[in-house]
Design a protein around this ligand. Structure first.
Ligand code: FAS
Ligand code: PHB
Length: 392
């Protein structure tokens, strides 16, 4: 059984694992990434699209932001539509910040390319990945590759393996507390090579349910409609999707909708989830391995980056300054920002969606909050500062 050694074993080559590996490499800290899927499979997952300024800054720090600055779309505002009207939240005027529209797929591709160019080690299609002895001083990771068993000895393990990963599942149940809310609906998402209906995002509240108009570029759009949990993407023809999306937008906006064949169509469930703490001896959880947010607030990918920022700083401090203060504070620091993003994502989801069991009173509460939100600079400023991203 081949046995190798590294300083940090990173489980998962999604945005969390790749970004952590990139940042550690810039400080000369050795890390090996172990991924169960192929690189193409990872790139094929269509997910997030909006980056907070602090996420862009972190990608700058990792040295992987050249294409992002060349192709990303800075957005100074975001729109809410309800009652057949559009209301623009002027992010720039309210916070002096903006967000950048740049797909998670592109962030992942940039990180993968940089890692390969630097000759850094990523093990793809690893099977039977398992983490061991992270409660002691000599943790290790075992896995099989092409049928051969391998052992990776390490100083620390970063569990960047997402919601269904092995790392959180390997923590003794009595050492972990989880919090969860499952929403009674999902999002049916479509990716299509058609120009976006508007140059900024539109979050639409309608009597038929929520819709979101987003994009990946000036020629590629990303749209979502709220759907029931038992719905299936295969039941939706492209025409049916476009017709439903149009019904949920103000008429003057729907009139500008350019439709076309979908290149990806899928349904994502919505949940809020947090596992506490995020450190177990020499195992640290980061990103979706530790928490999930409903995508309404565009926080998932950005929270993963937030955890990676705190974990990178902690490991840098440990390996370069020989101080354990950072790793001792990691979980508490990361969770403080996680819970604020969980709150914002839950709040915006609760505000913008139709809930099957909603009472007439609750419908009036939603309407009153929407009316208040767009009539109060203070309320819009609160939404804006959360949407552009709270400081690390
Ligand atoms: P990821 O899940 O991206 O990556 C984890 C990696 O670990 C994967 O490559 C997986 O193959 C690997 N892995 C799992 N188990 C393993 C094991 N045992 N051994 C080795 N490797 C293992 N966020 C937004 O901000 N906006 C959105 O619109 C949005 N839409 C989403 C839609 C869907 C369907 C999903 C699932 C998520 C969405 N998200 C969205 C959230 C998403 O972007 C995540 O926050 C982001 O991918 C988190 O990155 P990671 O923490 O790296 O986890
Ligand atoms: C996306 O472009 O996929 C996207 C944008 C904003 C969200 C969710 C998804 O809140």
């Amino acid at each position: 059984m081949p046995t190798t050694r590294t300083q940090v074993a990173i489980i998962g080559a999604g945005p969390s694992g790749l970004l952590l590996g990139a940042l550690l490499a810039r400080k000369g800290v050795d890390a090996v990434i172990i991924e169960q899927r192929s690189a193409d499979y990872v790139l094929g997952r269509i997910r997030a699209g909006v980056l907070e300024q602090v996420t862009v800054d972190l990608l700058d720090e990792a040295g992987v932001s050249e294409r992002l600055h060349a192709e990303g779309l800075p957005h100074d505002g975001v729109n809410l539509s309800f009652g057949a009207e559009m209301h623009r939240i002027d992010l720039k005027a309210l916070t002096n910040k903006h967000v950048v529209v740049y797909g998670q797929t592109e962030v992942t591709r940039d990180l993968m390319d940089a890692r390969a160019a630097a000759g850094l080690s990523t093990v793809y299609e690893a099977q039977d990945v398992a983490v061991h002895d992270f409660g002691g001083s000599q943790p290790r990771v075992t896995y099989t590759l092409n049928g051969e068993a391998h052992t990776l000895q390490c100083d620390f393990i970063a569990g960047c393996d997402g919601y269904h990963g092995v790392c959180r599942a390997s923590v003794p149940a009595d050492a972990l507390q989880t919090h969860e809310k499952v929403y009674p609906f999902g999002w049916l998402g479509v990716l299509a090579d058609v120009p976006p209906v508007a140059h900024e995002l539109i979050y639409a509240h309608s009597e038929r349910g929520f819709a979101l108009c987003s994009m990946r570029s000036a020629t590629r759009s990303r749209y979502y409609v709220q759907c029931s949990l038992d719905d299936q993407a295969s039941r939706w023809s492209d025409d049916a999707f476009w017709a439903e999306l149009a019904r949920r937008l103000p008429a003057d906006v729907a009139a500008n909708l350019v439709t076309g064949p979908s290149i990806e169509k899928s349904i994502a469930p919505l949940r809020s989830f947090v596992a506490e703490p995020m450190r177990f001896g020499r195992l640290f959880l980061a990103g979706d391995a530790a928490h999930i947010v409903p995508p309404t607030g565009a926080k998932g990918l950005n929270l993963a980056a937030s955890d990676v920022h705190y974990l990178f700083e902690a490991l840098r401090e440990l390996f370069l300054d020989h101080s354990e203060a950072g790793i001792d504070a990691y979980s508490q620091k990361a969770l403080a920002r996680v819970w604020k993003a969980e709150r914002f994502s839950w709040w915006l989801t609760s505000l913008m969606h139709l809930f099957p069991e909603q009472s007439p009173f609750e419908q009036r509460m939603q309407q009153a909050e929407l009316d208040y939100l767009v009539s109060s600079e203070h309320a819009m400023a609160a939404l804006a500062e959360n949407y552009v991203g709270l400081p690390y």
